[in-house]
Design a protein around this ligand. Sequence first.
Ligand SMILES: C[S@@+](CC[C@H](N)C(=O)[O-])C[C@H]1O[C@@H](n2cnc3c(N)ncnc32)[C@H](O)[C@@H]1O
Length: 221
Amino acid sequence: MTASDRRRSAPEHPWRGIHLDVYERHMGDPRVGQLQRLRDITGEQLAAYPFRAIGVLGVAGGNGLDLIDPETTDAVYGYDINPDYLDACETRYRDTLGARLQLIETSIDRSVRIERVDLLIANLIIEYVGAEEFVAFSAANARSIGVLSCVIQRNDAAGFVSSTDYSSSFDALASVSSDIDPETLTSAMSDAGFADLGRCEYPLPNGKTLVRQDFRTTPRP
Ligand SMILES: C[S@@+](CC[C@H](N)C(=O)[O-])C[C@H]1O[C@@H](n2cnc3c(N)ncnc32)[C@H](O)[C@@H]1O
């Protein structure tokens, strides 16, 4: 079987089947409250690490990219598996970010090599890449990452997908999603050469908690 045969026969990744409008309506629903909260957290990440080269894994429709100051930023790399989401980023942010904005369609895994960035933001994507694969990706790209700031969701008593009028559109994600344990992630990142810079927790209206964890690469001996 050739590579193109394999691509044709491979099942479509479930994130490619979710319309951005449905995703943003779901995440913006007052019962979920995640779109605004993630935008605020992105603002905090940018303020904590005011660097000139920024990468965003799982950039979706560019939530929070409006908070990037083009005057103090040289490059913004947005990575996502869904090309329609990247088209939306293009429409929304090309005018303000100009040639700084580079949008890359890719499925994040350990084989992917990213451009060198001072700050890499990875908010609510590790659940879909998988902790082990994400740590392997980070290790493989350690020389290209200054600070890695990520957000995972702790579901506590709530289900993985919050209940809204759009919840059923996310059913297919069950096949690619997993819960991430913050302590296990910290320990695995440490083994991969990333020092823990600290953690913040953000409770959500639906009983879930967003957990932000920041890491810095440590020089290898
Ligand atoms: C929950 S959304 C991210 C939310 C966004 N970061 C924010 O702050 O609002 C997850 C995003 O990750 C993307 N994604 C999921 N798995 C991926 C993978 N393996 N590689 C690249 N992008 C992926 C999805 O297409 C989607 O845009």
